[in-house]
Write a protein that binds this ligand. Sequence first.
Ligand code: GDP
Ligand code: IMO
Ligand code: MG
Length: 431
Amino acid sequence: MSKVDVLLGLQWGDEGKGKIVDVLTPNYDVIARFQGGPNAGHTLEFNGIKHVLHIIPSGIFHKEKINVIGNGVLIEPAIFKDEIEALRQKSVEPTENLYISKKAHLILPSHRLLDAANEQAKGNAKIGSTLKGIGPAYTDKIARTGIRVGDVLEFDFREKYQLLKFQHLQMAKTLNFNVEEFRIGSMTLDEYEVKWMDSLETLRKFKLINSEYFINKCLKDGKRVLAEGAQGSMLDIDFGSYPFVTSSSTITAGVCSGLGVAPSAIGKVMGITKAYCTRVGAGPFPTELFDATGRTLCELGHEFGATTGRARRCGWIDMPALRYACMLNGVTDLIVTKPDVMNDFEEVKMCTHYIINDQKTDEIPFEFNEVEIKPFLESYPGWQQSLNNTENYDKLPANLLAYLSAIESNTGVRIMAVSISPDRKDVLFRK
Ligand code: GDP
Ligand code: IMO
Ligand code: MG
């Protein structure tokens, strides 16, 4: 019996999960997404190609590996079809090695409408949603009114669809949302619905399975399974900076419900953090930098959303948040990405504690969104050299090694690898 290893983000998303999953895929037989949906944007780079995945697991470029979209994921069929076509343009044909859970829920065009209506109704308290329909679709799942992938094979699918759409339109009306003016891209809701319905044909051509049986059989047969997280722990529905969160369980616990595996079947938990911190969308960010350093991180780190293109907010690494994420996830191994972005920095800072009402604390407060939080910063000398062509982990500059070692002592977790460029080849694994 083998176990499911997990790889997930420890911050507010965009830690480099896609890249690392792609790099780890040769060590696994199956790569499975367990939550989230098209709000995710996972970037992979190799051989001069850059590719962004949203719903499809990041193992898809290895054609001999099975990729699974688990029951905990949300699928928007039109986005899914576009993603499949983009892969085909890169000569990747995923029909044979991409399996989809029949229990995964569908995002309808009217879920996207409701996402926009909810955001508009929030006024200044907007979450900054990616507007892919995530919140409304998970709402229907929990309310037991959702439509699942397996339903597209049923004779009464259209009926279910129309009923749910009708309810959504009623809700949009209650929120005073102008449905006529709503657009997805340049399409009206009706136009987009045609595209969405057409794309169901693409979805039906895939292996639609009971993925919980498949994954558990793989484990029984000794196959190696890697669960790929989306978003990050600080966006988790329970433990993130609520309500500025996404609507799924982004932590290790989500793997159990999102794939149908027992807690005892969880193996290694690899947590990813950037060497600094970013956040896209609204909500608290104690170490955010509003100065030239913040702008430099954004520019040099190309910190623009892979899904929405929005500029990401940037700041120093946040240890209270990272320790919290390590605790919630049971992280066994850390992976640090993007230290290369700070190569020219004279000094690099790390928030080790928060100061709230003149008290030093290392707990994330319940009133995370309301209280004023001052980060207590420690300074580390920069390494001020390029990391290109570094042969192995131990050959990293001494000042960077000291900074990494401070991350380890602050979290109590060993770093297993450091990524030093967007490219697949640039990951230094520690012996
Ligand atoms: P994900 O959502 O966690 O998969 O991360 P994203 O793809 O949204 O954002 C990470 C960005 O950083 C992408 O543009 C990657 O190509 C890039 N990236 C990943 N690792 C590194 C690294 O070590 N150094 C640099 N400079 N860029 C990286
Ligand atoms: P990956 O997998 C970064 C953020 C949004 C918004 C909040 C809620 O690429 O790391 P939603 O669309 O889920 O209703 O948005 O969560 N968000 C992400 N931020 N990376 C992501 O995914 C994100 N997915 C959602 O910006 O603040
Ligand atoms: Mg991303």
